[in-house]
Design a protein around this ligand. Sequence first.
Ligand code: FES
Length: 566
Amino acid sequence: MTERDGGLDHGLTDYGDRDFSRYLRRSFAQSMGYSRALLEKPVIGIAYTASDFNNCHRHFPELLEAVKRGVLAAGALPLAFPTVSLGEVFLSPTSLKFRNLMAIDTEEMIRAQPMDAVVLMGGCDKTVPAQLMGAVSAGRPAIALVAGPMMTGRHRGERLGACTDCRRFWARYRAGDVDAAEISAVEGQLAVTAGTCAVMGTASTMACLTEALGLSLPGTAAIPAVHADRLRAAEATGAAAVRLIGSKFTPAQFINEKSIENALRVLLALGGSTNAIIHLTAIAGRAGAKVSLDHLNTLSDSTPVLVNLKPVGNGYMEDFCAAGGMGSLLRELKPLLHLDCMTVTGETLGARLAGDADGYVDRSIIAPLKKPLEPSGGLVALFGNLAPQGAILKRSAADTKLFEHEGRAVVFASLADLAARIDDPALDVAPHDILVLQNAGPHAPECMPEAGYLPIPKKLAQRGVKDMIRISDARMSGTAFGTIVLHVTPDAASGGPLGLVRSGDRIRLSVKQRRIDLLVDDAEIKKRAAATRPPAKTPERGYAKLFAEQITGADEGCDFKFLRPQ
Ligand code: FES
């Protein structure tokens, strides 16, 4: 019996007799009907995340066939394996809770099973970050293939896309502008095909950042899920995975100070999702790198918003793809990017951009660097006595009239409190007040849900109020909009000052100064801190216990402490 290191011989099961291990593995592999010749080939693992609980991955069976075609044609054996899949809207209390579980699953299955390289098939919000986190830690050559975005639907002649339009219509329904029959009709037109949300939400943002980091094939981030080009991209990704065999470039080598800065520039130019900051921080953390919020602010000052997609603009992902997609955006940003960063094809970002220009750009969707949509980046980090370790505001989706504002706090102590009182006609709230939600951060039992988009109290919505400053330690869907301060760190449940705000306090937001401050004197704050109750009891068993014991703050990407490199 000849000895190989790769292919099916990778990481043999240990029975104390290596030849027996190979003999047994091959015997069982043959039971799947593969020829001996095929079993001698290198193996490409395919991390496969189709699930009946994940509508965004509905087309994965067809996409998988295309990946396998590409692998086989390039001379290797494709073997798909299932991992945890996270369908954003089907998970309770929130998908973020399970991102690290999926990352652990992905990492361990890549490492434990015999594969020479791996294709990561993900798409829906947390799946791509989870796969990249796992793949960085697993240390095997890897390439990502994203699901691609949904196409838009139509309602009475208007284009609709999940999920910015979901929120827009729901706000109109709450305000009484849209009746029950119409909201029901809209419900059927918001998510009409396979693929990820149709706007520049978290999934689309992460798809674009994955390409910016060099971890997926050029030009693949924005291809619609149901387009034939998506299948061709899948086939090409399978072939590219074969070329990665034996490469010294594992995902960790693509993550460094320069590539992170490139990704942040792209995020800012996209007006992308606030969630991407958490995910990028977690992915970088796995490679021992850091995403600094101070540095984000520096980059934000010199990176304009160029992409006109919802929720900050008008278009949808299918428009971004037709407009030239990531290639066009990266070419616009070229003077600001580190062009020596490597991509998964083996060429530098600079070489990629020199090679893939066909010249066409739809300027209604991708603005030129010299004539941007907004002069500075879509996201800004805030600091101050309310958020000593930072908070995030998506200024491109916010109302500029509220950027310098002082107001009275109306505090909700928890999500349950919010649900119970927000629409109470007796709620003491006025349009210039600031809504504060506590105990919805990573250390709260709800594990940092996308609850930061607090609804406008019904009685104000009915008076036509569309936006108010809202502050929380929660996250917000990448598809949402408003003057919303998120990820306040440390969070209330870990003893952060957000938990010490009381209704009637004054709060000041200054985007110019990058500050969010509670205007209460230090002695009173100390008094409140001393009187604060201890945090809720830790769950006694299972993943919930692990999560509660290991979760880090938003400033560390909400990764688990024990998963970060020592
Ligand atoms: Fe899957 Fe939005 S629900 S990306």
